[in-house]
Write a protein that binds this ligand. Structure first.
Ligand SMILES: [Zn+2]
Length: 98
């Protein structure tokens, strides 16, 4: 998708999966001003409080089925509908190139 950053008017292209966009939570990072912009939040990760990415990794590790962190700082979370038992001590294992 092509994204235009409102604060700095910078246009940039980002790879966002359909599953993340329609069913997950997607954050993209503006390469110009480094602001993170919430594109979709179906998992309601950011809906009720000011929460940081670190908090998400730690507290929502079991909710977030998969996450992808792009090289330019884009973050995508989604739940693929299956149930998986994860080790709560290693939530960040779920984030990475897959
Ligand atoms: Zn920007």
């Amino acid at each position: 998708m092509t994204f235009t950053c409102r604060p700095c008017s910078h246009r940039s292209s980002h790879r966002v999966s359909k599953q993340g966009y329609y069913h997950g939570t997607v954050l993209i990072s503006c390469p110009s001003c480094k602001n993170k912009h919430l594109i979709s939040d179906h998992l309601q990760i950011f809906s009720d409080s000011r929460i940081t990415l670190d908090d998400i990794m730690r507290e929502k590790g079991q909710l977030v089925k998969r996450g992808a962190l792009g090289g330019d700082g884009d973050v995508e979370f989604w739940d693929d509908g299956t149930t998986t038992t994860t080790e709560p001590t290693q939530p960040t294992r779920q984030i990475g190139d897959s």
